[in-house]
Design a protein around this ligand. Structure first.
Ligand code: FAD
Length: 382
């Protein structure tokens, strides 16, 4: 019997994780990416214990532990007085109670680790999916360069403006949230010898700033400010920002915060979009994961984590039913992911996560490989 061909559209964090896990489970996978190559995009990322358990399966956990920064706790502070609002234990506590470490790392370095875990030749670059046709026997994928490929099942991991989502549910633009994220990576030496918390979120009602190290050597810092902006007039989601704009927003902030924004160099400005939970995540031979089906505000730092958990659960469900019964696998996958992803979307939207001393175990202790499987989707609405 010939082996089923699985096409994954989008080699972002969710698509790459799916390709790694499916290959490890013995599937034949092709990963199509519109970009001509990978770049070390300037941004940091938190990897919680729920993600690190997936990285253990992929074989990247040790390398990430060596390269990342390991905060002992997540600290929240008032952005003007510096008063401590909460202190959530991580470090050794996370290892013991959540089953893996919590770390912060450069997003590009993280992506490169997962990409290196793929079989050679898995990624087809410069392949922007334009058209999908389910012939009944297989799926025909037409790319912007005019090439056509076929697959037995297709995973839409193509992010916020997913072409696969549009095919399943009709074209609908994601909703601009009225907020932008200003992201900057810079040498830690630029803030001088000042002792910084390893991992802090500074809060005001309208503006937040998250600051953390990206490397175990603590030589690279990352800050991301979420700021209100009524309109997003650009076609693209990212435009250059500026240090001056950041300094203006934080002119009356705590001196440590002012010093940080003054130390930034290049700043990128991202528009933040979201969608309400989708009524379905699959149809026929197509299934969605990650931002393609549940894009969210970044306030919990769990968007990529949800994409990676999706990838792991989808692999698990395909193993459970057998890939030939993909309809049952997709239903089982959706039944076991929709409620959790929708809840994370909702909490992210409300921007309350860890502002006070709450218990984060429902997010961090989750082990996608060992959760009992449930048969029916619980519909969660925003
Ligand atoms: P993406 O990473 O967007 O990947 C989609 C891929 O598909 C891209 O490579 C794209 O080029 C490709 N693609 C798109 N269309 C096509 C097409 N037609 N054909 C072929 N390829 C296509 N998450 C965390 O877990 N931790 C964090 O700390 C964190 N911080 C964040 C901070 C900010 C400011 C923001 C905005 C987000 C943050 N997130 C974080 C969320 C996270 O970045 C996203 O949720 C995550 O990248 C989604 O992964 P994905 O694979 O679903 O989509």
């Amino acid at each position: 019997m010939t082996q089923s061909r699985i096409a994954i559209i989008g080699a972002g964090l969710g698509g790459t994780a799916a390709a790694c896990l499916l290959q490890r489970a013995g599937h034949r996978v092709r990963l199509y990416e519109q970009a001509p190559a990978f770049l070390r995009l300037g941004a940091g990322i938190h990897l919680g214990p729920n993600v690190m358990k997936v990285m253990r399966r992929i074989g990247c956990e040790d390398a990430l532990i060596r390269m990342g920064s390991h905060p002992d706790c997540w600290i929240s502070r008032d952005w003007q007085s510096g008063e401590e609002l909460s202190r959530i234990p991580l470090g050794a506590f996370a290892l013991k109670h959540y089953g893996a470490t919590y770390l912060t790392v450069h997003r590009g370095d993280f992506h490169a680790q997962m990409t290196a875990a793929l079989d050679p030749g898995t990624v087809a670059f410069g392949k922007r999916l334009e058209h999908i046709e389910d012939t009944g026997d297989d799926v025909r994928l037409t790319f912007a360069d005019g090439t056509v490929d076929t697959a037995d099942i297709v995973i839409g991991a193509d992010g916020l403006k997913s072409r696969v989502r549009d095919h399943l549910l009709g074209a609908e633009r994601p909703r601009y949230t009225g907020h932008t994220a200003h992201r900057a990576v810079f040498p830690a030496s630029r803030v001088g010898a000042e002792a910084l918390d390893l991992f802090t979120k500074w809060w005001s009602d309208q503006r937040q700033m998250m600051v953390y190290y990206l490397t175990s050597a603590r030589d690279e810092l990352f800050c991301v400010a979420i700021l209100p902006q009524d309109e997003w007039p650009h076609e693209q989601s990212v435009v250059p920002g500026s240090r001056e704009e950041l300094c203006e927003h934080f002119a009356d902030a705590h001196p440590t915060l002012r010093k940080l924004v003054e130390a930034t160099q290049e700043v990128g400005k991202w528009a933040l979009f979201e969608r309400d939970p989708l009524p379905l995540w699959n149809g026929g031979r197509l299934v969605l994961l990650g931002d393609a089906c549940h894009p969210m505000k970044p306030h919990m730092a769990q968007g990529a984590a949800m994409a990676i958990e999706d990838a792991a659960m989808l692999t698990r469900c395909l193993d459970e039913t057998g890939v030939n019964d993909y309809t049952a696998a997709f239903e089982l996958y959706e039944a076991n992911r929709a409620e959790r992803a929708s809840k994370v979307q909702r909490v992210s939207h409300n921007n309350t996560w860890l502002r006070s001393n709450e218990d984060p175990a429902w997010v961090f202790a989750y082990d996608v490989f060992n959760e009992p499987l449930s048969g029916t989707r619980v519909t969660a609405l925003a």
